[in-house]
Design a protein around this ligand. Structure first.
Ligand code: 6GU
Length: 227
């Protein structure tokens, strides 16, 4: 899968995607992430990409022309399955959306700043709008990094058995059960006996029961959600 990102702050995306699993996904050639600095398409020599909003009011708006030129430039190279605008008023990201997006070939992400982007770009180019939660970030870059990570780790071959996505929280609308490692007794705090029993069937049942309990206690809303 290839993901292109249009941003005024490509630096903000580099580090989160250069380590651990995202690094492995890219070095294995399973994921390609290309960032494009929107200032390349600025309207003047000062690098301007934003302007005051019509009707007045505080905050700048990202202009049509740089965004349209950037998008059309990239569209000449490849056809995008989705052009996604990261915005707090988009649909909240969840595992189902990450799963769906992980099946695509080419995605273009647009990171907004300031008051957001001119509405006409949203109407004419954007195919999907995604938020990563009900709070406001300074820009779409960290949200884009979150989205790329959530998608990238699902690509076939990225995770191994140890890190398998199949047992993740949310993959079956359940939170994960508690986990333990050595020692079996730390300061008198014991690992549940069942996990030391070697009875794999019982252990599986216990984990499922714990996952259910945890979900009922912490996120009952997940239990009546469709997969
Ligand atoms: Cl996608 N962008 C910004 N700026 N803030 C957010 C967000 C996105 N998702 C939640 N908050």
């Amino acid at each position: 899968m290839r993901i292109d990102v249009i941003t005024v702050l490509p630096e903000l995306l580099e580090s989160p995607l250069s380590h651990s699993i995202m690094k492995r996904a890219q070095s294995k050639g399973l994921l390609q992430v290309h960032t494009h600095n929107l200032r390349q398409w600025a309207v003047n020599e000062y690098g301007q990409v934003d302007d005051y909003q019509y009707g007045g009011g505080a905050g700048m708006v990202m202009m049509c022309e740089p965004l349209a030129n950037a998008i059309e430039h990239l569209q000449k190279e490849r056809k995008y399955d989705e052009i996604i605008y990261l915005t707090p008023d988009g649909n909240t990201l969840n595992q189902k959306t990450a799963n769906q997006l992980s099946l695509l070939e080419n995605i273009l992400l647009i990171c907004g700043h300031y008051k957001g982007i001119d509405e006409r770009i949203r109407e004419h180019y954007i195919t999907r709008e995604i938020s990563i939660g009900d709070y406001v970030l300074s820009g779409g870059e960290l949200a884009a990094a979150v989205l790329v990570d959530a998608i990238g780790r699902l690509l076939p071959g990225v995770l191994n058995d140890e890190t398998s996505a199949l047992t993740d929280s949310f993959q079956d609308n359940l939170l994960s059960p508690p986990v333990y490692t050595r020692p079996a007794d730390f300061k008198g705090w014991k690992v549940p006996d069942i996990l030391l029993s070697g009875d794999l069937k019982k252990i599986d049942e216990w984990r499922h029961e714990q996952a259910l309990q945890r979900t009922e206690q912490r996120r009952p809303d997940l239990l009546d959600r469709e997969l």
